[in-house]
Write a protein that binds this ligand. Structure first.
Ligand SMILES: Cc1cc2nc3c(=O)[nH]c(=O)nc-3n(C[C@H](O)[C@H](O)[C@H](O)COP(=O)(O)OP(=O)(O)OC[C@H]3O[C@@H](n4cnc5c(N)ncnc54)[C@H](O)[C@@H]3O)c2cc1C
Ligand SMILES: *[C@@H]1O[C@H](CO)[C@@H](O)[C@H](O)[C@H]1NC(C)=O
Ligand SMILES: *[C@@H]1O[C@H](CO)[C@@H](O)[C@H](O)[C@H]1NC(C)=O
Ligand SMILES: *[C@@H]1O[C@H](CO)[C@@H](O)[C@H](O)[C@H]1NC(C)=O
Length: 623
């Protein structure tokens, strides 16, 4: 691509970066080296300057798209590629292998079609997202044979496959100085389109995969002296759980194997099967290393950059900088007891619909008691093809509990079920550690559906204190399910953790009894007006009802509705949002980091919208 000294110089720099992995960063002295670039007249080296330089957007200005005068020239992109040691990837949509053209590859296409619902497939691709709705559902490999088209859509134009801090810094400085839209993309799990965006440079963090076990943690910023894990930004749940099992400890993660622990999960708070007993993932974070919007590399903990430490734990992903690693404390190894069950109603069902609701309602009514004992249940009610419903508990567990204790906890529920004639098979289990429960009794996830959207609400204990409010809550859920909604109803709360530092998570988490996710799929062949109606129902009927049943409450920002009309209150809480806004302005006066429903996102808009959902296919413009 290029020849001469400059190429050698910068590949060496990048190789050095590889050698010492995530510890290397570029200091301001390296700018002297970058100045050589200017004398070599290779390119615009000032594009890599640290803050306070950077393009500032004022009202009406849009971030550039290819073809615009302010879009970097091919030479300039080339320089970024050289400086990052060849880590720049020009986006080819994952599905392109199935479409006629330069990327067509029949063998690869067959693999992609076969594995399309497997989250691992998407997480190992630089730009693919697991909810394709937000990139415009273009280049869906299933549509290749039926006249579909393959465009770049709302995918980033380029990504940097980072394996060092210096590469992150280069990309951050480049985007800030050129004004190009920046995205942080880890596994692509996000439910709201936060890890994709048209005309962007994307920092792909999935390959920051180190997992370091620290036997005895010691830091002047924390009283913790137990063991800890230092995790690269790209580490996924399955990798961390296996490492924890090897070391004979537990650690708080989400349940889906491929969610990125140190990325969006912790940024949004992080809930999981141990939460009702041990709180949120953010409660166990000791420190984070982060490249801030000005390009500097800092550590945030209770003593250093304390504001950032607070904001990065619950204040949302892709907003305050690029986290390169997170250190989390461990929990002891613990016994797990629980059960799974699964039934259907309808023409070929197991029980009548009346009995079905009576049984489920009997279970719901006991939620406050269960959650206080540390219970976590993943309950899913789905419409079936024959017009009936299915209900599965996959699973219901309590950490630190033996099977005998679990049976005692559930004895009166089981007696009630027997009395009403709800005779259903309960598969009880008990394991010596969390890993075995997780491996054997939790489902694997499927993704990749473009015609699906969900919304959610945390339902607080208050809804169980007031009997008529409880009746209304139960009636609402039945109505929504009968109106076509699926219901994922968790029995969960984020237990308060005595020694946890304050975080930016929405306060209602601590008083939650149930986390309800509503939503639906729609037939992809429906006309737009009908798709619109269905989507409006999600936001303006089902979620609006949930909001009115839980006034002043909120929801989990990582599993929510991108169209929530009051996301500031619902995802963060107003007080937190004000403080987060101040921190955002201090660290990112350029508006370099944008994420839909992220802090400060209300000052931006995305062009080319159809109405019912905010997609990331258009230009990002300052309002
Ligand atoms: C199938 C499925 C199962 C899930 N299960 C759970 C669960 O059990 N518990 C739970 O709490 N959540 C769960 N989630 C939600 C999950 O926590 C969020 O989607 C989360 O944002 C994923 O983070 P990620 O880094 O893997 O994904 P991405 O989509 O890559 O990123 C999500 C957001 O975080 C930002 N981000 C990523 N990495 C960084 C970084 N290093 N620095 C700064 N910002 C970054 C991105 O910019 C984006 O805004 C699940 C989601 C799916 C799709
Ligand atoms: C420097 O940047 C400008 C603006 O993007 C561009 O027109 C010019 O070609 C760049 N110079 C080189 C050598 O890349
Ligand atoms: C990304 O970089 C890693 C090294 O960190 C490499 O193994 C991998 O092949 C690269 N992936 C792509 C798609 O370039
Ligand atoms: C849901 O309710 C709306 C009215 O609120 C109705 O028009 C629609 O047909 C219902 N859908 C189903 C599947 O029951």
């Amino acid at each position: 691509m290029c020849s001469g000294n400059a190429f050698f110089l910068f590949t060496s720099l990048a190789l050095l970066g590889h050698a010492v992995a995530q510890t290397i960063q570029i200091g301001r002295n390296v700018i002297a080296v970058l100045d050589n670039l200017k004398s070599l007249q290779l390119s615009n080296a000032s594009f890599f300057d640290f803050g306070p330089t950077g393009k500032v957007y004022s009202s009406g200005m849009c971030k550039p798209a290819p073809g615009d005068a302010d879009w970097p020239s091919p030479d300039t992109w080339n320089t970024l590629n050289l400086l990052t040691g060849g880590a720049l990837i020009s986006t080819v949509p994952l599905g392109a292998a199935c479409f006629q053209g330069e990327h067509y590859d029949a063998v690869r296409c067959a693999v992609i079609l076969e594995r399309w619902d497997d989250p691992h497939l998407h997480a190992e691709d630089p730009t693919s997202v697991m909810n394709p709705l937000y990139q415009g559902a273009t280049c869906m490999p299933q549509n290749a044979a039926t006249g579909g088209t393959c465009e770049i859509g709302g995918s980033a134009s380029y990504s940097v496959n980072v394996s060092t801090v210096s590469q992150v810094q280069l990309a951050v400085n480049f985007a800030r100085n050129t004004g190009v839209r920046l995205i942080v993309h880890n596994t692509g799990h996000d439910y709201m389109g936060k890890s994709t965006g048209a005309n962007a440079l994307s920092i792909w963090t999935r390959n920051l995969r180190t997992i370091e076990f620290i036997e005895k943690y010691s830091s002047s910023a924390s009283a913790w002296t137990g063991s800890a894990f230092k995790l690269g930004a790209g580490v996924q749940v399955w990798e961390l759980l296996a490492a924890a099992n090897d070391k004979g400890v537990s650690v708080l993660t989400g349940e889906c194997p491929t969610v990125g622990v140190a990325g969006g999960y912790i940024a949004g708070g992080g809930m999981g099967p141990l939460s009702s007993k041990y709180g949120l993932a953010v409660d166990h974070v000791l420190s984070l290393d982060v490249v801030t919007p000005d390009g500097n590399f800092v550590t945030a903990d209770q003593k250093n950059n304390a504001d950032l430490f607070w904001a990065l734990r619950g204040g949302g992903g892709g907003t305050f900088g690029v986290v390169t690693s997170v250190t989390v404390r461990t929990l002891p190894k613990m016994k797990i007891a629980g059960l799974t069950l699964s039934i259907t109603i309808g023409p070929n069902g197991d029980v009548s619909e009346t009995l079905f609701w009576e049984a489920i309602t009997g279970w719901w009514r006991r939620f406050p008691d269960y959650v206080k004992q540390g219970s976590y249940a993943y309950s899913i009610i789905l419409p079936t093809a024959d017009g009936g419903l299915s209900w599965a508990l996959t699973p219901w567990i309590v950490p630190d509990m033996s099977l005998d204790q679990f049976k005692a906890m559930t004895v009166d529920l089981r007696a009630e079920w027997e009395r009403i004639g709800f005779n259903i098979n309960l598969d009880f289990f008990e394991t010596e550690n969390f890993y075995d429960a997780w491996t054997n009794h939790f489902p694997s996830d499927t993704v990749g559906v473009p015609n699906l959207r969900t919304a959610s609400r945390l339902i607080p204990s208050e809804n169980w204190v007031n009997p008529s409010l409880l009746d209304d809550t139960v009636m609402f859920i039945q109505r929504a399910v009968r109106n076509g909604s699926s219901l994922i109803g968790y029995n969960i709360r984020a237990a308060p953790v005595a020694d946890a530092p304050a975080s930016a998570t929405v306060p209602i988490w601590r008083d939650t009894t149930m986390f309800a996710i509503v939503g639906t799929m729609w037939d992809a062949t429906l006309p737009n007006t009908e798709v619109d109606t269905i989507n409006q129902r999600i936001t303006k009927d089902w979620t609006a009802s949930l909001r009115s049943l839980t006034p002043g409450g909120g929801t989990y920002s990582n599993e929510a509705d991108v169209m929530d009309p009051d996301f500031q209150q619902a995802f963060y809480g107003y007080d937190n949002y004000q403080r987060l806004t101040t921190i955002k302005q201090a660290f990112d006066p350029w508006g370099l980091f944008y994420a839909p429903t992220g802090v400060g996102s209300e000052t931006w808009s995305v062009t080319d919208q159809q109405g019912y959902v905010l997609k990331q296919t258009g230009k990002l413009c300052k309002k």
